[in-house]
Each structure stands twice: as C-alpha cells, then as structure tokens.
Design a protein around this ligand. Structure first.
Ligand code: ADP
Length: 257
C-alpha cells in the first residue's frame, strides 16, 4: 500500500510537471507557428519562404507532441463546470495557425451557455486531437466542421462494456471531408501506438477515448474512404443543466452506416 502511495505521489508530481511544461511550451510554440506561417506567405525570397514553412511545421509538430503529453498528464484532474461556449472558443483559438488556407473550418455552437460537469482542459485536448487529425486527412483541402447538438445516445450504445447513464447527452462532432479510412484502419483506430502516419504517435485517439469515457461518455466513428470521417462524442449533461425538457429525437444521419 505504501508503495502504491509513493507511486501515486510520483505520478501526481510527474503529471503536474508535464502539465505545467506543456502549458508553457504551447505558449511558446503557438507564436512560432504563426510566425513561420506568415514568413512563408509574405517572404519575397523563396529560401526565406521555405524556412518559414519549416518553422511552421516544426511548431505544429511540437504542438501535437504537447497535446499528447497533456493528455497523459491527467493524473491530477479536477471536475468543474465546463461551458460549451468557452470550450469551443478555446478550441478555435488553439486551431488558429494550424488550419491551412485550403481548409475551411466552421465551429457551430448551438448554445454557448450549456454547461456540464467535466474537465475543460481534457476535453479541449480531445477536440484538438480530432481537429488536427481531420486536417491531416485533408492534404488537398476540404471542410472541417465542429458541430454541437443535444442528442440521444447512439443506437449502438452497448459496445464493449460501455455503461452509459440514461438521460440527455451533448453531442460534439468533428467532421472532415478528407481521405476517410479503410476498414482495417477503422478497426485498429483506438489501439495504442497504431498510426498510419510517418510521424504519428498513435496515442491521440486512445487518449480521446479515455477522456470521453472518464466523463461517462461515448465515442463513435463513421468514415467512408475517399469521402471523409465523422467523430461523435456523446457527453452526459447534468439534468439540471440541460437546455430544455422536451424529449429528443434521434437524428436519422446517425442511424445505420
Ligand atoms: P496519430 O494521429 O498519431 O496517427 P491517432 O490515434 O490520433 O494517432 O490516429 C490513429 C490513426 O487513425 C491515424 O494514423 C489515421 O490513420 C487514422 N485517423 C485518425 N483520424 C482520422 C481522420 N480524421 N481521417 C482519416 N484517418 C484518421
């Protein structure tokens, strides 16, 4: 038991350190990424433009590593009231400089004041992971949509020991018009270290899934090769924070494959 306590304390310090470091690193990397991007666009000398692109790509890669680190530094997590508006505004800010001109990004917030119990930082990391994946799936450009809605549980809600609570859910969707996935990739998506990218970590989706599960929620994927991918997160809303009391109708777009 003592050993366990020491382990827990160690983990907590590590989590604190990683969390703090990630935060500082992110503040350094974001302006770097923007600066590189601007240099690439406005430099008259092509060599300078290439340098700008390099700086931007390194910054972006660094931000992704910071995201993975943050997701794993969740030892000291706190439950708080998460406001949908604040969550998505933060996401937009974090995505600035990571969305190439060829990609149109839209964030739709159905009600900024919806609030639920959870962890803002974790959910932000989760959405950021999904959005960065979506962008990487659209090398030739496309449309990235972040949608929100109140929803019922998906019809296939009993999967691998998931025990969702009855009640109302908030659905957060990240939708891209990118490459889509093969059946093989779809099946292996959440395996640790599974990646199809040269520089991937294969940890992004796994940590998303863990975050969503720790909120008592569910995650569903829908993908069509050559057409795009949809990730849907279902997070339980506390009943007293729900927006209205009408029964919710399942949307047909979510039924079947
Ligand atoms: P990583 O991004 O480091 O590879 P992830 O766990 O986030 O790790 O993703 C695992 C794999 O899932 C990716 O390598 C990719 O093949 C696939 N994937 C994830 N998101 C998408 C998406 N939006 N479109 C197509 N494929 C995706």
């Amino acid at each position: 038991a003592e050993l366990e306590l020491i382990r827990a304390q160690r983990f907590e310090s590590l989590a604190l350190l990683a969390g703090g470091l990630s935060h500082d690193l992110r503040n350094l990397l974001q302006p770097l990424l923007l600066a590189g991007d601007t240099l690439e666009d406005y430099a008259d000398d092509p060599r300078l433009a290439r340098l700008g692109a390099l700086v931007r790509d390194c910054g972006r890669r660094g931000l992704e590593m910071v995201s993975s680190m943050l997701s794993f530094a969740r030892g000291a997590r706190r439950a708080e009231q998460v406001r949908l508006g604040a969550l998505l505004e933060a996401l937009k800010l974090l995505m600035q400089g990571s969305v190439p001109r060829s990609i149109e990004m839209n964030v739709d917030i159905f009600d900024a004041d919806v609030a639920f119990e959870g962890n803002h930082t974790e959910l932000q990391q989760c959405l950021l992971n999904l959005c960065l994946n979506a962008i990487q799936a659209m090398p030739d450009g496309g449309h990235l949509k972040v949608e929100t809605a109140q929803a019922n549980l998906p019809e296939d809600f009993f999967v691998e020991g998931e025990q969702p609570a009855p009640g109302r859910y908030l659905r957060l969707s990240v939708i891209d018009t990118g490459a889509g996935m093969t059946t093989e990739v779809l099946q292996r998506l959440f395996e640790p270290f599974f990646t199809t990218k040269e520089l991937g970590t294969g940890l992004g989706l796994l940590s998303c899934k863990r975050i969503v599960a720790s909120h008592g929620g569910l995650m569903r994927v829908r993908s069509k090769l050559g057409e795009g991918t949809q990730f849907h997160l279902y997070l339980p809303l506390n009943p007293e924070e729900g927006v209205d009391a009408e029964p919710l109708v399942m949307e047909s777009s979510l039924q079947g494959e």
